[in-house]
Design a protein around this ligand. Structure first.
Ligand code: GAP
Length: 542
């Protein structure tokens, strides 16, 4: 049976990744470890660029976001509070015939260990009942390895942000609305890692928790909550934005980010989670999808895409949980709210109080511990709503949460382009060009001396490399014909090649100290002064 086209495309991508050093199988010499991947020299640069660009866009270019770098292993109480210990699981089933282990919701897509194809299609074995399998990797802290020493490798970076919310608030001089950003490793013992790096067991996340005022607080201070147009970027944040405007803003900001690194809107898709899909505390979640070669099509034949990033409006659930589990207050004090509340008409106060009370009671009821009575819950909700008059509330959160590895895979799939040319002897050759946006490209520029046995040319080329190297990743290559060297750089995705030749040395006096600049995507070449090279390259790659 012919291989579906999209699988062939993935095969080519996986093969290029290994051949050129983007991604290797982890522990390959020992047969690999399912769900774990290493980034080779080009992949490591690509990944570093992506994380750096995210960090830059999310923290340094904004006044309202601070950074955090927390540990991977944290108090296990964090994962009790977050709900991961109780509910972070996938439904798992076993096949009694082939002994394969599958996710109950994905049996039609998973390789059967007995036959290298599909379990349901090939094996049709009887399956066990589905049972919950917790995805967190467990370990022990300290030498005794008893149940009391159990700890987890974090399954998301987000929880450290919530746990450190107060410390960051107090040390960064930020005020709500503001965000805390973190990039780092996350671990999930996925039942079925698949689609190359798309679903891995060890991966990296880039997460922002953006803390906002509850809508009742906005209404108390500003009279009403602003509405923003449903499509397009809503512009600069405004003080009267409620959660919907902020959620919409962050979706659009993130799309802009992806566009800025070469993923056009046409390559992306959106999934607005339905009420049935949403977590009980979430108000909305928009997934930004990328149309991967393995992504499914809808009934009309359009590629749907798979999740690159989720942007969730998580209400005040996370901070509330940590407040309840740690006993430490997670609320903030807002002078503006206190002053505004005192001036509100009684009916407005009552209306806002009741809405805030209902929201808190709803949360407290759903998250109640077994020993909590309805009276205690009502009393707590009353205390929380009374806090508004004193200027106190627990911030709500909008969470744009992206996976680094999925983005790397998207960038690689998006960049992959091949041309097959047949020469006059009928011999055909396929050449691959990785059309990365210059901002993410692993190598920004290749410096190529035309001949390696001409000391003046080599010296000049080395001087050009020395000029550029403090600013960007430069590759120096003097081996092989210039055509082959260009082809190697095209495959690595290097957007610019600079050739130093006899004209650089002044063979044509008017071309002294100029180089040939070659553009990867169309092969066009032009002459540029060495003195203008750095500014040109910086303008294209930053
Ligand atoms: N704090 C929210 C959170 O972790 P998530 O949707 O479970 O939400 C966020 O994960 C992002 O992390 C996903 O959109 C995806 O890009 C990435 N991600 C999640 N699981 C992954 C896995 N097993 N392998 C690679 N990336 C993953």
């Amino acid at each position: 049976m012919a291989e579906p086209k999209e699988n062939l495309q993935m095969e080519k991508i996986v093969s290029l990744c290994k051949r050129r050093g983007f991604v290797f199988q982890s522990s390959e010499i020992y047969g690999g470890l399912n769900g774990f991947w290493d980034y080779g020299p080009l992949g490591a640069e690509l990944k570093r660029n992506v994380k750096e660009l995210w960090w830059h866009a999310m923290t340094r270019q904004r006044d309202d976001v601070a950074g955090l770098e927390a540990t991977i292993i944290m108090s296990p109480k964090i994962w009790e509070a977050s709900g991961h210990v109780a509910t972070f699981s996938d439904p798992m089933i076993d096949c009694k015939t082939c002994k394969g282990r599958f996710r109950a919701d994905q049996t039609d897509e998973i390789a059967c260990p007995q036959k290298p194809s599909k379990c349901v299609n090939e094996c049709h074995g009887e399956k066990t009942e589905a049972r919950a399998f917790n995805l967190m990797f467990q370990t022990y802290v300290g030498p005794t390895a008893t149940a009391a020493d159990i700890a987890y490798l974090r399954p998301e970076t987000a929880q450290a942000i919530f746990a450190q919310f107060k410390n960051v608030l107090e040390t960064s001089r930020q005020k709500v609305p503001f965000g805390i950003a973190q990039v780092g490793k996350a671990f999930r013992n996925e039942v079925t890692p698949r689609n190359f790096t798309f679903r891995s067991r060890e991966f990296e996340q880039m997460e922002l928790e953006f803390f906002i005022k509850p809508d009742e607080v906005i209404e108390a201070i500003h009279g009403s909550v602003a509405t923003v147009p449903e499509t397009g970027h809503p512009g600069e944040p405004q003080p009267n934005w409620g959660w919907q405007a902020w959620h919409h803003y962050w979706v659009e900001e993130r799309v802009r980010f992806y566009e800025g690194i070469g993923l056009s809107r046409e390559t992306l898709g959106f999934h607005h989670q339905t009420p049935a899909e949403l977590a009980h505390y979430a108000r909305a979640c928009t997934d930004i999808l990328f149309k991967f070669p393995f992504s499914k099509k809808d009934a009309a034949g359009n590629v749907i895409g798979d999740e690159l990033e989720g942007i969730a409006a998580r209400s005040d659930f996370d901070l509330s949980q940590h407040q309840r589990f740690s006993g430490k207050p997670m609320g903030v004090f807002d002078d503006e709210l206190r002053a505004a509340w005192a001036k509100l008409p009684k009916e407005k106060q009552d209306d806002l109080w009741k809405r805030y009370y209902d929201h808190r009671k709803n949360y407290l009821t759903k998250s109640a511990k077994p020993d909590e009575t309805p009276e205690q819950i009502s009393q707590q909700a009353t205390n929380d709503a009374n806090g508004l008059a004193k200027g106190q509330y627990i911030p709500h959160v909008i969470e744009p949460s992206a996976g680094v590895d999925r983005l790397i895979l998207a960038l690689i799939a998006n960049a992959y382009s091949e041309v097959t040319e047949t020469d006059d002897k009928g011999k055909s050759e396929t050449r691959v060009t990785m059309k990365f946006h210059p901002r993410v490209a692993p190598i920004k520029v290749a410096v190529l001396p035309l001949m390696k046995n001409k000391p003046e040319i080599v010296q000049k080329a080395e001087a050009v490399r020395a000029l550029l190297r403090p600013w960007m990743n430069v590759f120096y290559d003097e081996a092989g014909s210039i055509g082959r060297r260009y082809a190697r750089q095209d495959e690595a995705g290097t957007p610019f090649c600079v050739t130093i030749d006899f004209d650089t040395l002044g063979e044509k006096p008017e071309l002294l100290d100029t180089v040939t600049l070659r553009y990867r995507d169309d092969g066009k070449q032009e002459r540029l002064k060495i003195s203008e090279l750095l500014d040109f390259l910086l303008s294209k790659t930053r």
